[in-house]
Design a protein around this ligand. Structure first.
Ligand SMILES: Nc1ncnc2c1ncn2[C@@H]1O[C@H](COP(=O)(O)OP(=O)(O)OP(=O)(O)O)[C@@H](O)[C@H]1O
Ligand SMILES: [Mg+2]
Length: 241
């Protein structure tokens, strides 16, 4: 038997290379794949460059169908194997001789979402609808309104839990109930998110700098009472990717 030039799962030695191959096989660009899985284009790019750790649950739930792998268990197995390998040994830059990279800013650690007091009742459709909105590339802010006690906070928490993996755990819940003045919102946000505010720096500037390279899901609870801080939120959105 002659040698075959066929690509096998073992051909790929990094998660990023396999992901790129699977994407190109379907004639998708990074943006197409990003939309299909609810990631940003730059996240796909970083995954393909082995600069971002793949999340196994999201791979199975979103990437496998988007990459049309349902009938190809060997490729799925290899993809998961490489993903686990990447997670246990974060990727190094390809050339050891390259100048050392800038020290990465400390990865933010987000507090767990507040635990709800009872089991969630219903709301499946609302959770799916809000999560669906947030997955859209053109939607960066979703406001939940309704009478007191209707379940806005609870819904927001359920959506945040649903999307946590897609945001690589970068989901933050900031209760603003105790903040009475719009002018205090930047400081409260910086404090809640653990953003260091340098000497002579405004909390707003510190937040903008911190958010610049970060994709996160921020839940601002009870924002209505500090609605005057809306321009701050617009400015933060404008300065974040
Ligand atoms: N779908 C649900 N299943 C179970 N409990 C719920 C559900 N929705 C809301 N609750 C409970 O009802 C109470 C009120 O809900 P929640 O705090 O989310 O309302 P809210 O709209 O945020 O109120 P407020 O306007 O006062 O902030 C909470 O104890 C919450 O856990
Ligand atoms: Mg509430």
């Amino acid at each position: 038997m002659g040698r075959t030039a066929a690509v096998t799962p073992a051909t790929f030695t990094s998660f990023g290379a396999l992901l790129r191959y699977l994407r190109l096989r379907l004639d998708m660009n990074q943006r197409d794949l990003a939309i299909a899985v609810g990631y940003s284009e730059s996240q796909i790019s970083r995954l393909e460059q082995n600069q971002r750790l793949p999340d196994p649950d999201t791979l199975l739930a979103r990437f496998v169908p988007a990459l049309e792998l349902d009938e190809e268990p060997e490729l799925v197995a290899r993809l998961m194997e490489l993903a686990h390998a990447a997670r246990s040994r974060p990727a190094r830059p390809p050339e050891p001789a390259a100048p050392p990279p800038e020290p990465a800013p400390a990865a933010p650690v987000f507090a767990p979402l507040p635990a709800p007091p009872n089991a969630l009742f219903g709301r499946e459709q609302e959770i799916a609808a809000v999560a669906g909105l947030l997955r859209r590339r053109d939607v960066r802010l979703v406001t939940l309104t309704g009478p007191g006690g209707i379940g806005k906070t609870r819904l927001a928490l359920a959506v945040a839990a649903e999307l946590r993996d897609e945001y690589a755990g970068r989901v933050a819940f900031v209760p603003l109930a105790a903040v009475s003045e719009p002018g205090l919102v930047p400081g409260a946000l910086a404090q809640a998110l653990g953003v260091e505010v340098g000497a002579g720096q405004s909390p707003e500037a510190a937040l903008q700098q911190w958010l610049r390279d970060l994709r996160l899901l921020l839940v601002l609870d009870n924002f209505e009472q500090v609605a005057g801080a809306a321009p701050l939120i617009s400015a933060l959105l404008a300065s974040a990717p």
